[in-house]
Every structure is written in structure tokens, then in C-alpha cells.
Design a protein around this ligand. Structure first.
Ligand code: 13P
Length: 250
């Protein structure tokens, strides 16, 4: 089966509204003839600025997180209702910075994921091992646990709105990219986990992005691998000059 490529830019905690607008305008222009599926995930305060720029284009609008509750007394949190109101289509959940800096666990991520699905969002579920876990031979076990627990209670009918992003923590923002072979091996393993949970057809259909120091220079080799269906790009997503060649790799 041929899966579409999906290239997403996670802008993390970067940019002011003016800078975000400038980048979004450039991406809309330079990706309008792009052949793949695209997404940008600006910070919460930038969503209202970027939304009208990408609306009706081939670039989806994503948020980098959401609250686990729909609404209520949750100071500092952002609800799915507020994200929907802004035109957000996709929510990134379980990013390693959420897991490791802000101590989000699998149960919380699963709660958020089910809430986001219930409100009609696509979800990019991030998984990935720490360096010490890889060195201890636990990369597969960590990715399996994060996948199984992250998707607990999700029906096969909703799996079409789930994307998995494998982001080995040691490769994020470090300049160290997983080799295409190492990344592909984990992607194949995770696809096997999905097959066990949801069956072969669902496993073949699910998009698994790679994230961690993706650059214009390494995108094509990564994307050439059988099980790598796209990228979740951090640092290189902040400039059109770097993101566009990744988005148009090959
Ligand atoms: P870098 O591309 O900066 O390594 O970040 C990857 C990432 O965390 C995307 O979510």
C-alpha cells in the first residue's frame, strides 16, 4: 500500500505573531505545488494569526498540546474547544518535551488523545526513547509501551485520525539524526505493534513520521525508507529556506 508522505513543522516556543505570519505566508506560497500532506504547529498565541493564512491551502493547522479536560478551572491550560474555535485541525500530543520536561505520563497523554479524537481532531502521537534507554537495549520496549498506552481505548475506526511520530529523544535538537536504518527499524517495529492491536490493514495504513534533527540534507534518505512516511521537524521548520526543501524532498 502506498501511504501519503506527511511533513509537519513543530515551531515549539518560537516566534512572535509578525514572524509567524511571515513564515506562514512564505510556506503557503512555496508549498502550493507541493505533493505531500503538510502541517504547521505554531505556539498557542500564534494560532489566530496563522489560521487565516493557511486556511484553504494544502497546509493544515496544528497545536502543540491541549488540556486533558474540555473546560473548567484549569489555569494556564488550553482546551480543545478553544483550539477548534481557532480552526486547529490537528493536535500534537506526547512530545518528548511534554513527557520529560513537564512530566506528562502515558495516562495523561491517553486522556488528552481521546478527548481530542472525540472533538474531531487528528492527533500526532509522539513516542521515542531516551539515550540511556537506547543504550540499555530498551528502545523497542519504550516505544511499544508509549504506543499501547497512548492508544488505549481508541477504536480502529478512529485510527485514520492518528499519526505516530517516532522521535528518539537523543536526536531532538542535537544535530544527531538516527540513521535511516535505525529509524526504519523502529518504525517497522511500531507498525508491528499497531498490527497486533488493530490488524494488518490498519498497520499498513498508519502514517509514522520520523522526528529528530531532520534537515534538507537528510530528509530524502530518511523518506526513502519503507516505513518512514514523513517528518516532524523542529529547528529546520523555523525557516522557509530549510522547511521547504524538506517538504519537497527528493
Ligand atoms: P529538531 O528537528 O529540532 O531536532 O526537533 C524535532 C522535534 O522535536 C519535532 O517535534
Amino acid at each position: 500500500m502506498t501511504r501519503p508522505y506527511y511533513i509537519a513543522g513543530n515551531w515549539k516556543m518560537h516566534k512572535t505573531r509578525a514572524e509567524a505570519a511571515e513564515l506562514a505566508v512564505a510556506l503557503v506560497d512555496q508549498l502550493k505545488d507541493g505533493k505531500h500532506k503538510y502541517l504547521v504547529a505554531p505556539g498557542f498565541t500564534l494560532l489566530e494569526t496563522v489560521a487565516p493564512i493557511v486556511k484553504g491551502t494544502n497546509i493544515r493547522l496544528g497545536a502543540q498540546n491541549c488540556a486533558a479536560e474540555e473546560q473548567g478551572a484549569h489555569t494556564g491550560e488550553v482546551s480543545v474547544l478553544q483550539l477548534k474555535d481557532l480552526g486547529v485541525q490537528t493536535v500534537i500530543l506526547g512530545h518528548s518535551e511534554r513527557r520529560h520536561i513537564y512530566k506528562e505520563d502515558d495516562a495523561l497523554i491517553n486522556k488528552k488523545l481521546k478527548l481530542a479524537l472525540a472533538h474531531g481532531f487528528e492527533v500526532i502521537l509522539c513516542i521515542g526513547e531516551l539515550l540511556e534507554e537506547r543504550e540499555a537495549g530498551k528502545a523497542e520496549a519504550v516505544c511499544e509501551t508509549q504506543t499501547v498506552k497512548g492508544l488505549e481505548g481508541v477504536a480502529v475506526a478512529d485510527l485514520g485520525r492518528i499519526v505516530i511520530a517516532y522521535e528518539p529523544v537523543w536526536a531532538i535538537g542535537t544535530g544527531k539524526t538516527a540513521t535511516p536504518e535505525d529509524a526504519d527499524a523502529i518504525h517497522a517495529f511500531v507498525r508491528g505493534v499497531i498490527a497486533k492491536l488493530y490488524g494488518q490493514a490498519a498497520a499498513e495504513a498508519i502514517i509514522i513520521q520520523y522526528g529528530g534533527s531532520v534537515k534538507p540534507e537528510n530528509a530524502a534518505q530518511l523518506m526513502a525508507k519503507e516505513n518512514i512516511d514523513g517528518a516532524l521537524v523542529g529547528g529546520a521548520a523555523l525557516k522557509a529556506g530549510a522547511f521547504v526543501p524538506i517538504a519537497k524532498f527528493g
